[in-house]
Write a protein that binds this ligand. Sequence first.
Ligand code: NAD
Length: 499
Amino acid sequence: MRTYQLFINGSFVNAADGRTFESINPFNGEVVATVARAGAEDARRAVAAARAAFDQGPWPAMPLAERSAFLKKLVDAINARQLDLVALEVADSGTTIRKAKEDVALSARNLNYFAKMAAQPLESEIEGLSKPGFSKNLLCWEPVGVVAGIIPWNFPLKMAIWKLGPALAAGNTVVLKPSELTPATAMELAQMVADAGFPPGVVNIIPGYGAEAGEALVRDRQVDKVSFTGSTAVGRKIMSMASETLKKITLECGGKSANIVLDDADLELAVDGALYAIFYHQGQCCEAGSRLLLPLSLHDSFVERLVEKVRRMTIGDPTNPVTEIGPLISQHQRERVLGYIQSGKQEGASLAVGGSTPSGTELSKGFFVEPTIFTGVSNNMKIAREEIFGPVLSVIPYATEDEAVAIANDSPYGLAGGIWSADKERALRIARRLRTGTVWINEWHLISEKAPFGGYKQSGVGREFGMEGIKEYTEAKHLHIDEIGVRSKKFWYDTVVPK
Ligand code: NAD
């Protein structure tokens, strides 16, 4: 078992009130780590450190190559500790080892992108703004200041990188609050920051609960921006709290993404793609393909193939490389998912496969739910409208392309979508009609650090990744430099000032 303290101003410290909490392995209930529990006073201390590091420290004005080199040191540290981080992520979050390996490798890759971006000047001349000899105009993207990053439990290390990478690359200082359910790898990252010799206060990491450390960060007047990833319900609260001081916000929230199979799709590809879209990480992905829209002509044979494959999925110990489906994050999450399954049955959907907790002594201590598929779902049922965040697929039949688009867009969310078709032009036409931040054609889940990711509608505000993602952590400044130089040519002064 590991123990973690808070990381504030370059030092590891206990919570001001000395409280701690335990992080639990979702597979066997064992304690993974005892962790200092940040409260409001710790959030205040961390923000004060980040404020001082921003206002008086070297970080915001550091030569870009030097700032980039600090981020690169973190990339190297993650790569050097891959095996340990993978094992810890599996124990702390219940993710399967195969996924954890991808997550740790992608964390390093994503951060490497931000390290490279950190070396690029965020400044350009605004061309054509005035006549030659009148003025020169610069557009400078400057750091926002102190950023509070608040992250969920589904991809603990990756989410930490997705917040730290762009915020630091743009010259901000950060207070990061990992989820109370999965603090371990973020705290290992804190150690890497300390080892890399970052100036004190540039990165602060304070594990704790949302209602305690989280709210204190969002309300703190010294915080300039909140970057949140989590549920839409909490996102809404954060938007409202941040409005008190008009803080800048990025919200990456929930989804109920529609996966549309067209009648000309390659079935072998589309069936496996649809399963990958929903059951990756037990459905605990914001961009999960949780609504599967099938044309009437293919419906029955497609469902038959899905069910046959689900029956062959290996549910079990996430440390075992053959495991495809691991446990959910917590007992609370399992009950929530089982509640949705109950609601699907009550509203008249048909259970094609799954629907309960798997049996077997090996699984008895874990928070497992069987991969579950409902057919006969209509888009106004709760299981089609609300984000379940578990291994539950709602299959919705459609008759025409227009109907498929209408069903896909009839959602409070707009995070992602997918289309499976042999005709890429046809798929592209439909993709352009979907009101979501990402659409995959014959693919799912592939998120690139070079392309913006985020949601329309109640899936969020703002974007992560790409230049759009970095600009979320900047303020645009216009610098106007006069080139006229003499009073006599500035006739507009005459409206106020006598000659
Ligand atoms: P959550 O909203 O319960 O918690 C997310 C984070 O917010 C945690 O760190 C939590 O401690 C904190 N928090 C909770 N209440 C708070 C409050 N009042 N003030 C400040 N902070 C508070 O979400 P979760 O259960 O951890 O994660 C699952 C959700 O995350 C899903 O809805 C999923 O769709 C979403 N998610 C979205 C994306 C995306 O990029 N769009 C990515 C991953 C997860």
